[in-house]
Design a protein around this ligand. Structure first.
Ligand code: 13P
Length: 328
């Protein structure tokens, strides 16, 4: 059944027919989602890149760290995770007693797919005294082979906590790794993974925007492909939530935003009096865009798609995540 057919079957006989205008369908879907959340004792967690309609029905919107923390402390029975698969996996591992759903199982992460567990085992064999730090954008199977996990918010703090003499492998994001290496001056071996959406942000375009908008502050996500060139020029290197909070604190009226363009929805909704310029219109994540309001509705109707991690893998993968959460 399609979302519209299900809505029809849920309707009271007195309700009039037809969802001809997209706004009408969305309004009804939102209403039913709020109803279903109560029935299922569910909460909706939405990443900052998700479309506005999903953020409207979410109980919490945030970055990877905020979402993991919220999953950890909720007493809801069901978490509908509107984000990508590794984020839902993290929630499933932190709350094994809850049902974690994702609207579209194919919402993966190209960056997370750039490293597999065997590659970490190979590095460890060559560096038996080394430590492996993974970005949260990794599969549970990869996390299971790592010592510490980081998000875009806390990488410096976690790396500085590690013994200075140990070699460190950082996976999979080369640019976040380069940033952490420059900031901590540690012996970090970098994996050559990258986020295709952030790689679309080019230094030349950033230079041009900075010339066009000299008053604008330049906020950059550390996954940006141009991190190595622009790092010293960026006014701030921040996670997605860090950008939202920073705009709130700043007296500036204009910002150049170097991250996936989905964040602009949230910024423009929350701060309509300020202007935001995307560092690239092409910085879009097709995985994040797989989740839609219709699929979120269907997920709660059918209680699908359940995200589960093999218990043996989860028992190991949760260790680097917990170490990170305890440190910050
Ligand atoms: P944040 O944790 O900064 O939201 O980033 C997550 C991510 O996947 C960025 O591409």
């Amino acid at each position: 059944m399609t979302p519209v057919e299900i809505l029809e079957s849920m309707k009271a006989p007195s309700q009039t027919n037809g969802y001809s205008k997209p706004g009408q369908l969305h309004a009804l879907l939102k209403q039913k989602i709020f109803q279903l959340k109560q029935e299922r004792q569910a909460i909706i967690l939405a990443h900052n890149y998700q479309e506005g309609a999903i953020q409207d029905v979410a109980d919490f919107c945030g970055d990877s760290l905020g979402l993991a923390r919220t999953a950890q402390k909720t007493d809801a029975k069901v978490i509908l995770f509107c984000g990508v698969h590794f984020m839902a996996e993290t929630a499933a591992m932190l709350c094994p007693e809850k049902t974690v759903l994702i609207p579209d199982l194919a919402a993966g992460c190209s960056l997370a797919d750039m490293i597999i567990p065997e590659q970490i085992k190979t590095w460890r064999a060559k560096h038996p005294d080394g430590l492996v730090v993974c970005y949260v954008n990794t599969s549970a199977a990869v996390k299971a082979e790592c010592d510490y996990c980081v998000t875009s918010t806390n990488g410096i703090k976690v790396i500085e906590h590690l013994p200075a003499e140990k070699p460190i492998l950082f996976v999979p994001d080369y640019y976040l790794g380069s940033y952490l290496k420059a900031k901590t001056k540690r012996n970090i071996h970098l994996w050559k993974g990258y986020c295709p959406a952030h790689a679309a942000i080019l230094p030349e375009k950033v230079d041009q925007l900075r010339e066009e908008h000299p008053q604008a502050e330049f906020l950059m996500h550390p996954e940006c492909g141009c991190t190595t060139k622009q790092m010293n020029l960026a006014d701030q290197v921040l996670s997605t939530e860090g950008m939202v909070q920073y705009v709130n604190r700043s007296s500036s009226k204009e910002f150049i935003i170097a991250t996936e363009t989905g964040l602009l929805n949230r910024l423009r909704t929350q701060y309509p009096e300020k202007d935001f310029y995307p560092a690239s219109e092409h910085a879009t994540c097709h995985h994040m865009q797989r989740n839609t309001l219709e699929k979120a509705f269907m997920a709660l109707v059918k209680m699908e798609h359940i995200v589960k991690v093999d218990p043996e893998i989860a028992a190991r993968a949760v260790v680097p995540i917990q170490r990170m959460l305890e440190l910050i």
